[in-house]
Ligand binder design. Structure first.
Ligand SMILES: NC(=O)c1ccc[n+]([C@@H]2O[C@H](COP(=O)([O-])OP(=O)(O)OC[C@H]3O[C@@H](n4cnc5c(N)ncnc54)[C@H](O)[C@@H]3O)[C@@H](O)[C@H]2O)c1
Ligand SMILES: [Zn+2]
Ligand SMILES: [Zn+2]
Length: 405
């Protein structure tokens, strides 16, 4: 699955990957997936992809070959792949801050997180929506899978469950806390799960897609549709005027403002603010067609609602992705409420082994969020259905070794 341009992704024949460094491995993928982050790249709202880059940063597979400095894996091992790479020996990796690794990004220590299938400055390193992939720093990028954990369970632990858990962890959820999760896509669903695992007393779920709110409600979250009620008013009213202790942004730059209901009427200044953000973040020459790859219309909407609704001295945690060009945040309101802000790319390697153990022990079955399994050959249609948030298309697993029926 190759990124050729904004709105232009194709299934291509690509060269077989090879071991380039002694710390590399080559993996035959048995499962991959499509993430909301991939949608930002195809919509162009997170810009800077290099044409020809293989997409995808979620993978499960079998080790084909290892370099001579990979000592903890053998050919034939079943593994889950961390979406981001870390060398395992720099000070950041040794603190568990793998995504700030000094060595994984070929562009140097200040070039940012090294992801599979991501923007040019992140490498680029070819991604995991493919049959075979090269894995740099395999000793930390791979995690061994026990037989009892299926591919379908493991693929959800490559990126989205750990990211959600990280978002809840950095927010410092304590038993009894009230948590509001903005965005009920697949990552939002796991954020709800994670908040509950950490003992949250109440979890609110905010979105406008009924099937996604329904899934949140089934998990035990209290659903708020921002096209039916004002989410800030609803959160205040349902918490006796206090607001949630913690708000977690699981939407990112492709955020929408309300189009119906009491939140739909925007103040002039707010309209101007969103317009300015769209000009900053979106490619000027791109016009979406046929209903796919439409960018969100209010990049800072979730940040504004969260700062407004969170309790005084509360915490806002941000795991939704924003591009480097995004520089608006309601800092004045946040400062005056004594808020704590936490955010970032998930240190997957820190959480994946523990989450795999939880899945093996039966504490959690992550496949409750997996709604579609498609052969790799149907990947473009699967991207389109996920992009449109079609009912039932919450999380899509791709099967790289399967042929279309
Ligand atoms: N930080 C990390 O390491 C990391 C890792 C994985 C994914 N992500 C990011 O997490 C975010 C969610 O990923 P996903 O796969 O669930 O994406 P998704 O696009 O499926 O889900 C986003 C959801 O947000 C909803 N939404 C839009 N505007 C909203 C608003 N104003 N208020 C509340 N909800 C709103 C949409 O209806 C949608 O259901 C993306 O930004 C993705 O890039 C971050
Ligand atoms: Zn992702
Ligand atoms: Zn490192």
């Amino acid at each position: 699955m190759v990124w050729h341009g904004i709105g232009d992704i194709r299934l291509d024949e690509v060269p077989m990957p090879k071991i380039q460094e002694p710390t590399d491995a080559v993996i035959r993928l048995t499962a991959s997936a499509i993430c909301g982050t991939d949608l930002h790249f195809v919509r162009g709202t997170v810009a800077g992809m290099k044409p020809g880059t293989i997409l995808g940063h979620e993978g499960v597979g079998v080790v084909e070959e290892v370099g001579k400095d990979v000592r903890n894996f053998n050919t034939g091992d079943r593994v889950v792949i961390c979406s981001t790479m870390g060398c395992g020996y720099c000070p950041f990796c040794r603190e568990g801050n793998y995504v700030q690794c000094d060595n994984a990004n070929p562009n140097g220590p200040s070039a940012g997180t090294s992801f599979f299938g991501d923007l040019a400055p992140s490498g680029p390193i070819n991604g995991l929506q493919v049959e075979y992939a090269r894995i740099p720093f395999a000793h930390t990028t791979l995690v061994k899978l026990p037989d009892e954990v299926s591919d379908a369970q493991a693929i959800l632990c490559s990126d989205i469950f750990p990211t959600a858990y990280f978002g809840a962890d950095i927010a410092g959820i304590k038993p009894g806390n009230t948590v509001a999760v903005f965005g009920c896509g697949p990552v939002g669903q796991f954020t709800i799960t994670s908040a509950m695992l950490m003992g949250a007393g109440r979890v609110f779920a905010v979105d406008a897609v009924p099937s996604r709110l329904e899934m949140a409600r089934k998990q035990g979250a209290e659903a708020i549709n921002f096209n039916e009620e004002h989410p800030v008013e609803a959160l205040q009213r349902l918490t006796g005027g206090v607001g949630p202790d913690i708000c977690i942004d699981v939407v990112g730059v492709d955020s929408y403002h309300a189009h119906q209901g009491p939140a739909a009427k925007l103040e002039k200044t707010q309209e101007q603010q969103f317009e300015q953000e769209l000009q900053q973040n979106n490619p000027a020459d791109y016009k979406p067609k046929d209903g796919n790859w439409v960018p969100g219309d209010a990049p800072s909407q979730v940040l504004q609602w969260e700062v407004e609704s969170v309790a005084k001295a509360g915490t806002v945690s941000i795991i939704g992705v924003y591009p480097l060009t995004m520089n608006s945040f309601p800092i004045g309101a946040a400062m005056n409420k004594n808020l704590t802000l936490r955010m970032g790319n998930c240190n997957r390697r820190k959480y994946i082994p523990m989450l795999i153990d939880m899945v093996r022990a039966g504490v959690i079955d992550p496949t409750l969020v997996l709604t579609e399994q498609e052969p790799m050959t149907s990947a473009i249609d699967a991207y389109k259905a996920f992009d449109e948030r079609k009912p039932g298309w919450i999380k899509v697993e791709l099967e790289p070794q399967a042929q279309a029926a």
